[in-house]
Each structure stands twice: as C-alpha cells, then as structure tokens.
Design a protein around this ligand. Structure first.
Ligand SMILES: [Zn+2]
Ligand SMILES: [Zn+2]
Length: 389
C-alpha cells in the first residue's frame, strides 16, 4: 500500500524535480555564496510546510521531517555550490551567470533532495523516526560539510546514519553504483620550501643548489602509477630562480597527495617528510614541509552501503546495481562519514545516445534528467530501510 503510494508521489513530482534543477542550473553560485539557491530551498520548504533552520554554515539549511515518535534519525545530504567555469553545454537552461556553472551536478543533488523531502513530508504518519535534510554549501574545495557538522547539524535530534548521492556521467542513466569501504580519496596538498645557499653559478662549489635538491625531491616523492587504487603523489608546481647565472637561495614546490584510507594518509605524509629530509641532508640543504589535510578519505560503512544496495536493487533490479569503481578525487561528504555510519552512492546520469558523455567539471557537462526520479526513489527507499534498521 505504502509502496504504490510512494511511487505515485515520486512520479507526480518528477516534472517539479526537473524544473527545480533547471532553475538552479541557470543561476549557479560559488562556495559560501549560495544565497539565491538557499532562498529557493527555503521557499520550497515553506510551500510544503517542512520546518527548517537556515544560515547554517552561512548559506546551508537543515530541514527535519518528524515521523511517528520513537525510531532513529537519518540524515540525507545534498551540496549546492557551482564551479568557476564558462558553460558550453548548449543546454536551453544553461548558466545565465558568466564564469559560473553547475558542472558537478550539485543542482541535481539539491533538486532531488527537495523532492525526497516532499515525499517524506507526505508520508510522515507512516514511518517512525525523523529524516533530516542537509542542504550544504561549499563542497568544491573548502569543505562546507565540516562547518555544518561543527555548527551541530548532526545533533538535536541526533543522527544515526547519513546518506548522499553524486551524479556520475560515466554510469548510464538507470544504473547506480554503491560500494562498501573506500570510495573517494583524501585530496591533500603539500608545500615544500627547500633552502640552500645561493651564489654565482660559476662557483657552485661555494653554494648549496636548491634546484638540484628540489629536482631530486620531485622524483623521490612521485608515486609510480599502480592502477586506480594506488596512492597518488605528484609535484604540480615549482617556483625558484631568477636568471641563468644565479644559483637561488630557495625553491618552493607544491603538489597533491591522495590516499585511500586514514593509515595510507599517515604513511604518505611520513614518506614525503622523510624523503625530503633525507635528500636535504645529503646536499646540506634544509626544507620546511607543510602537509595540508583537506577532506578525509571517504570510506562507506559496510552495513549502510549494503542497505543502499538492497534498496536500489528493489527499485531498479539487481542488474542495474553494481559496486562500481572508487575514485582518487575528493568528496567532502567524507566529514559526515568520519562521524557516523554513512554511505554515498553514484547515480548514473550518462547517456551515449543523447551525447551526454562529458565528465564532471567539464564546461560541456550535463545530465540525463531521467536520472533524477531514480535518485529520489533510491534515496527514499534507502532512508526508509535505515529508519527501520
Ligand atoms: Zn566537483
Ligand atoms: Zn560534486
């Protein structure tokens, strides 16, 4: 009974979900500036009568649908920010803001979550517990998730599990992937300043050449490709020297250090520091190493991932659900997954026949909007299972 009722509600919301996404897509906003997007979310929540708290982490919103008393609280999260990019997709609802674009699908994430919220509000007399809807700013780069958690979004009522989705153009529409364990890497950065002793290039024996030292560090820290699951370390920028006849005093390097787990992350940090120190010692140079931890690695909880898999199989058929591949990109939902049992699943939005094949962060990126209803269905069924878990 409830099942068919939910299917009807979701079908009836499909057009609204698509139109909401297009409206957000036309008006992209960058991290912590999602004012209009935030207003759109609040307007929709007002219209359906779901209470919320706004201005969490500046532009974030937390809405809560309370079911019957007793039961746990499950949180679903969507990110809202766009990217600094000029859109070239040619879509009729393309960005109206020059230099800003929803090229990571966060417009779809927000529109899907609003519809999921509307579904739960309509069936609130039919489940026990609460569902929290977290509309998060600033996923790209600065980690709005961490700020929201610090501002208490996982408390009152206390959340016991979190879910998120990310659209993926590498997966055909109609399919999803969800895997236990490692899904996204920690996209950390490192900064090294090599300090030598500068002088005349004709007298290298009187100098400590930081360029030679830096060159050796570049090859020493770089990881050899070991397939998709290998850690990735690479220097991506070097800055030093002013002329052909001067040995400079110092050289600055920086790069990326991506790992697949917390232990691997600690090992990478150690490796970069110890190799740098070793090489400097050999040449009589000194170095300052600054390893900057950005998002944690995103590790899906095994049980939660399995519940999402079951829910998705019920909705889409087992043939359309697989474990997929992890990626060495970062995702700040990792902050939620670090706090509580959580899982993120990837929602197929690609369609070769419609030429929807461009990757995330491409100016040509688009989604097959048929994926949105699927996202709503998998979210709703997964959350219902988690409430009873
Ligand atoms: Zn992105
Ligand atoms: Zn994204």
């Amino acid at each position: 009974m409830l099942k068919t009722e939910i299917v009807d509600i979701i079908n009836n919301l499909e057009e609204k979900t698509i139109q909401t996404r297009r409206k957000i897509h036309e008006n992209p906003e960058l991290e912590f500036e999602e004012f209009k997007t935030s207003e759109l979310v609040c307007d929709r929540l007002d219209s359906i009568g779901v209470p919320y708290i706004k201005n969490v982490a500046k532009t974030g919103i937390v809405a809560t649908v309370r079911g019957k008393s007793g039961g746990r609280t499950v949180a679903l999260r969507a990110d809202m920010d766009a990217l600094p990019l000029i859109e070239k997709s040619g879509a009729k609802y393309a960005s109206k803001i020059n230099g800003k674009m929803h090229a990571c699908g966060h417009d779809a994430h927000t529109a899907i979550l609003l519809s999921v919220c509307e579904v739960f509000n309509k069936i609130k007399n039919e489940f026990c517990g609460n569902v929290k809807f977290i509309f998060q700013p600033a996923e790209e780069g600065v980690g709005g998730a961490e700020v929201m958690i610090k501002e208490g979004v996982l408390k009152d009522p206390d959340v016991s599990a979190c879910l998120a989705l990310h659209v993926d153009p590498n997966i055909e529409v109609g399919k999803i992937t969800v895997r236990p364990g490692f899904v996204y890497a920690s996209p950390d950065e490192f900064y090294i300043t090599v300090k030598g002793k500068g002088g005349h290039c004709a007298e290298p024996h009187l100098c400590v050449d930081p360029i030679t030292v830096a060159a050796e560090i570049v090859s020493a820290v770089k990881t050899t490709p070991k397939g998709k699951l290998g850690a990735i370390v690479g220097v991506t920028k070097i800055d030093g020297g002013t002329a052909t006849n001067i040995i400079p005093d110092e050289v600055k390097l920086c790069g990326t250090a991506r790992s697949t787990g917390f232990e691997e992350r600690a090992n990478l940090k150690n490796m970069i520091e110890s190799k740098t120190e070793e090489i400097c010692k050999k040449y009589g140079a000194h170095a300052e190493v600054n390893f900057v931890e950005l998002f944690p690695p995103l590790i899906n909880d095994e049980k939660i991932a399995d519940i999402v898999r079951q829910a998705a199989e019920e909705e889409l058929g087992a043939e359309n659900v697989s474990s997929g591949e992890p990626t060495m990109a970062g995702e700040d939902f990792a902050y939620f997954a670090k706090e509580l049992p959580s899982a993120i699943f990837k929602l197929g939005c690609g369609n070769v026949e419609k030429n929807i094949v461009y990757p995330l962060h491409s100016p040509m990126f688009n989604i097959d909007e048929n994926c949105m209803k699927i996202g709503v269905r998998v979210f709703v069924n997964s959350a219902l299972k988690l409430l009873e878990w």
